[in-house]
Design a protein around this ligand. Sequence first.
Ligand code: NDP
Length: 457
Amino acid sequence: MSDPNELTVLNPATEEIVATVPAASEEDVAAAVVRAVRAQRTWAAVAPADRARLLRRFADVVDAHAEELARLEVREAGHTLGNARWEAGNARDLLLYAAGGAERLLGRQIPAPGGWDVTFHEPLGVVGVIAPWNFPMPIAAWGSFPALAAGNAVVLKPAEATPLTALRLAALALEAGLPEHLFQVLPGYGTTAGRALVDHPDVAKIVFTGSTRTGREVMERCARLVKPVTLELGGKSPNVVFADADLTAALDPFSFLDNCGQDCCARTRVLVQESVLDEARDVLADALAAVVVGDPADEKTRVGPLISARQRERVRSYVPDDAPALRGSAPDGPGFWFPPTVLTAERPDSRAAREEIFGPVAVLLPFTDEQDAVRLANDTPYGLSGSVWTKDLGRALRVSQAVRAGNLSVNSHSSVRYWTPFGGFKQSGLGRELGPDALTAFTETKNVFISTEGPAQ
Ligand code: NDP
């Protein structure tokens, strides 16, 4: 039974306690929102160029502490050092990108008879960000930094398993000179601190990343207050591999193994044209055998542990010992390890083929032709991401138009860049983060008509 007043952060690679952190109560959330309301008023009055300058200074401080942040992410989340360094860099780069946006939050001038009509993008006020444990630092940054740049205050609730990098970011913001209480991080439980943030009438918007189940509840609660919400939820993304593709590149196992598969964009449905299915199986078997799962703090490691014992049990429930599968290896002993696995005899309607597993497990499914590939790719309630592999340009374009997902890549497995929009179709979410419109999502549009004909006599 977890202590309602305290969070215990475990190192997923060793099961040792990294830290204990006080857990915020409902009252703590209410008090933080009062402070945030005050801080936001001051911040919104700061000239955009000065807001930008402060955010750039924050980016410099993050950069100076990037290695420390990365090593903290390794310890609290089990991320490989290489990934964690990228994540700290991503937080810094997004700060620089969002800082530029503060000075470019442009309204419009719309022709109207008898006067001038102009629009303004005004900050919402206090934004609540609820982050998951799978990418603690980048997801905290994606929800918070564009909101700050647009003139809002932020109260962030990190996941109970991974509060440490978010707390450190908040401390670095103060060190950089951002006003006190503008960017507050409140570690706590979802069902207390998370709900309190969602239900608070002075929190103007919620940005939630996590499971579709919790996202649905967050949206229902926001609906009671007609509160806008951005949801980044689950995925079960397809990797569509046609027979003419470069199979070694297309079947790169890191398309579903990155972050030990705890990635909402993981391409966990490997759809392969049946004429090359045997060859694909061989390529995958060789690739899995070469993957080293191990100590995430070792620079050479590319796959670390799962986040928790609970998550390992969940992943295991999809992989019975006797299931036909290609299997890699994983360490024994302390740590939440699971071997990379490709299930080879699943039906498209099986639990493993339909549900988000959030571990290093993919399913291999054959398709006959282009039409069948598109049908299978879309046969899911999710629509977050996916890849299409073929040398036929026309087919690549047709399939990427037909697949209903927010982030597709052709002959590539890339998904997320801070300067391009990110988000899901269908039950993968609502709204978009990042990209050129990231700041606008944290504003209200105000239209003002100014008569040029003077006051009525
Ligand atoms: P959740 O969606 O429950 O958690 C995400 C965040 O929401 C956490 O900060 C959590 O707090 C908080 N939260 C939980 N309940 C509420 C609530 N009622 N109101 C407001 N906030 C709440 O994910 P889990 O950690 O339980 O993971 C379960 C599964 O969800 C995974 O196995 C995976 O399949 C999926 N998932 C998907 C993610 C994605 O990016 N698509 C990210 C994380 C999980 P707390 O940490 O205290 O629970």
